[in-house]
Design a protein around this ligand. Structure first.
Ligand SMILES: [Zn+2]
Ligand SMILES: [Zn+2]
Length: 337
């Protein structure tokens, strides 16, 4: 048995290096994975650029991980060696805090973030907490399943939990890694779908993904354009930064909800008039629990939904990461081992 494996470490902010690491046994409650694919997500910047407070280097980024279990730590039940599993951003709940005992695994007080608090999936091997594992259906390839574990789960979960009914107008702001999946989910969930992005060049793609309407936010006021279509029940903000929320908020119909999914440094500003008159709402949503992740994978497989993926071998992770950060990935970079 080979006793070392290759991994990509952030050794200090802004630097990714290929290293050899010694193989470790999984601890209590953990499994060891032979990683097959790992998606590159914008949130990886929290690790690579050091945006997350108190991060300790070196750290292996990556939280869209698909691999096969090759060892079980003590006390692990319900998972088997050889099984193909996924790990997302939320690394696994504790089971004993107030939120866990109330069934709210996403807000577990003791939950770590994959690739931030401990090493993630930019590697051939990874240790993962069993309570965060997701079972991968046989009919999804590892490279296709990987981006669904964060980008897919985030958009599918937000739409699934949103107060909209079939036929309602649902807008997706931003056609990137998250947005191109959100448009497909919204279409297959039976909504009237509006895609909003800057420039005319994404109109054709948005329609191909299933959007019924396209709004070019560089040419028209997206809020007014949405009202022209009758007003949206839901606006899913997949672009990072507060500007997309502010620009589109008045396009909600009364009682509608704007759901922010992309994290950015700028504050979100909405008009008190738009908020209060019509009882509009502004919410955030953070990925989802492992069962919702499995529902995301099943729904995607049944509906033929997948991310448009560009694969890059592990050793070229820095190149894939830079491409994603520059907004040049079409639309999700996935590392293969
Ligand atoms: Zn992510
Ligand atoms: Zn907990």
């Amino acid at each position: 048995m080979i006793m070392t494996y290759r991994a990509i470490e952030a050794t200090r902010p802004g630097t990714l290096n290929l290293v050899q690491r010694p193989l470790r046994e999984p601890g209590p409650g953990q499994v060891r994975l032979r990683v097959e694919a790992c998606g590159v997500c914008h949130s990886d910047a929290a690790t690579v650029e050091g945006g997350f407070p108190g991060i300790s280097y070196p750290r292996v980024p990556g939280h869209e991980v698909v691999g096969r279990i090759d060892a079980l730590g003590s006390g692990v039940q319900g998972w088997a060696v050889g099984q193909r599993v996924g790990v997302g951003f939320l690394a696994g709940s504790c089971g004993y805090c107030e939120f866990c005992r109330n069934g709210d695994l996403v807000n577990c007080k003791n939950q770590e973030y994959t690739g931030i608090h401990h090493d993630g999936g930019y590697a051939e091997v990874m240790l993962a907490k069993a309570s965060g594992l997701v079972s991968i259906p046989d009919d999804l390839r590892s490279v296709d399943a990987a981006p669904l574990l964060c980008a897919g789960l985030t958009t599918f979960g937000a739409l699934r939990n949103a107060p909209a009914k079939s036929g309602d107008l649902v807008a997706v702001f931003g056609i990137g890694g998250l947005g191109h999946l959100a448009v497909q989910y919204a279409r297959h969930m039976g909504f009237e779908v509006v895609a909003i992005a800057r420039g005319a060049d994404k109109a054709e793609l948005a329609k191909k993904l299933g959007a019924h309407h396209y709004i070019d936010s560089a040419a028209v006021d997206p809020g007014k354009a949405l009202l022209g279509l009758g007003g949206a029940s839901i606006i899913l903000i997949t672009a990072s930064g507060g500007k997309a929320v502010s620009e589109s908020f008045k396009g909600l119909r009364p009682g509608g909800v704007s759901i922010a999914l992309g994290v950015g440094p700028e504050p979100i500003e909405v008009s008190a008039v738009d908020l209060i008159f019509g009882g509009r709402k502004l919410e955030g949503a953070l990925t989802g629990n492992p069962a919702t992740s499995e529902a995301t994978l099943r729904f995607s497989a049944l509906s033929g939904i997948s991310a448009m993926v560009e694969t890059i071998p592990l050793e070229r992770a820095a190149e894939g990461y830079a491409k994603m950060m520059a907004g040049k990935a079409r639309f999700r970079v996935v590392l293969t081992m």
